[in-house]
Design a protein around this ligand. Structure first.
Ligand SMILES: Nc1ncnc2c1ncn2[C@@H]1O[C@H](COP(=O)(O)OP(=O)(O)OP(=O)(O)O)[C@@H](O)[C@H]1O
Length: 303
């Protein structure tokens, strides 16, 4: 297996008495996209800043392509898209990329290709001040792609983008990974990153609660299946006495059972067919999985 471009081991980082990161270990390999999820204040930006060498860990180790953050070798290997991008409003998109290419020592000749990759060719000679938020974000991504960095750090890259722009953004990120970059991106939404990243890591209060594929996270959470039962008029008491569960209203009952006990439960319910009007099965959803690991509801974090 190839060495990771980003390797974090037992990282701890504090602000005074606040432990922003506690014993966090994770790695991202070439061509891999890892989504770092967590609610506001979970420690995502702090982790990014530590990888960039802007913040010093109190313990643990970070290696960017084998080099310590902040060294020249690590700086060349990594590029970053901050949560809020801002460029001089009176420069054109092309001028911005030429400027940043100069800073990174990347060839000017690659700017046209970068503009094409993010779909800004036609707008390339307009000033940034005339760009929409989505266009500025694309320019930010093009800036992050300058010099084909081995490690791409994207801090909530799609916040504020509409669904179509979001999808296009993830396609560009997939293309960067296909070209060999390791991608670490942060997000608040498991729903958004499913099918668009290879693995998901969940941070909560500075601790890493999960790291794996969505299927692994779902299996690890071992969440129950919910069975919603609607009783025939007057039969809810009988079903409640037989199965327990939560009474939702006069005729509905909500039961939970482990995934592997689902069929047995349905068979048992079948024995009370005379009392049943309907049965509805709900497998655990992404929100349930996220809440299990983070202790929070995904939708709460977007507010
Ligand atoms: N410079 C700082 N000084 C003191 N505390 C800080 C500093 N930067 C971050 N923190 C604290 O560290 C914790 C983690 O913050 P961080 O910005 O990493 O969270 P986040 O997961 O990126 O949140 P968000 O999703 O809101 O961007 C928070 O409690 C925050 O208040």
């Amino acid at each position: 297996m190839t060495d990771p471009f980003l390797d974090i081991r037992n990282l701890c980082l504090s602000f005074g008495r606040l432990r922003a990161l506690e014993d966090v270990s994770l790695s991202v390999r070439p061509g891999e996209r890892l989504a770092l999820l967590g609610h506001n204040g979970a420690g995502k930006s702090t982790l990014f800043k530590a990888v960039l060498g802007f913040l010093q860990p109190s313990a643990g180790r970070i290696a960017v392509t084998g080099h310590a953050p902040g060294t020249d070798a690590a700086r060349i290997a990594v590029n970053y898209l901050p949560e809020v991008v801002s460029f001089p409003r009176n420069l054109t998109g092309r001028e911005v990329l030429v400027f940043f290419s100069g800073l990174r020592g990347a060839p000017r000749a690659a700017v046209a290709d970068l503009l094409a990759r993010v779909g800004l060719t036609e707008a390339s000679d307009r000033t940034v001040g005339t760009y929409s938020k989505g266009m500025r974000q694309r320019l930010g991504l093009a800036q992050a792609l300058i010099g084909a960095p081995r490690l791409l750090l994207l801090d909530e890259p799609t916040s504020g983008l509409d669904p179509v722009s979001r999808q296009e953004f993830y396609e560009i990120i997939a293309d960067a990974a296909a070209r060999g970059s390791a991608v670490l991106l942060s997000s608040h939404s498991l729903e958004e990153v499913q099918d668009r990243t290879d693995r998901v890591a969940i941070l909560a209060q500075g601790k890493l609660r999960a790291d794996g594929t969505l299927a692994e996270l779902a299996a690890g959470a071992a969440l129950p299946t919910r069975i919603r039962v609607t009783a025939k008029p007057g039969a809810a008491d009988e079903l409640h006495a037989a199965f327990g569960g939560r009474r939702v209203n006069g005729c509905r009952l909500e039961l939970e059972c482990p995934q592997d006990a689902k069929l047995a439960m349905l068979a048992q319910l079948g024995r009370h067919e005379h009392a049943l009007s309907d049965i509805d099965l709900a497998a655990p959803g992404l929100n349930d999985i996220y809440r299990h690991y983070s202790g929070r509801n995904e939708t709460e974090d977007r507010t």
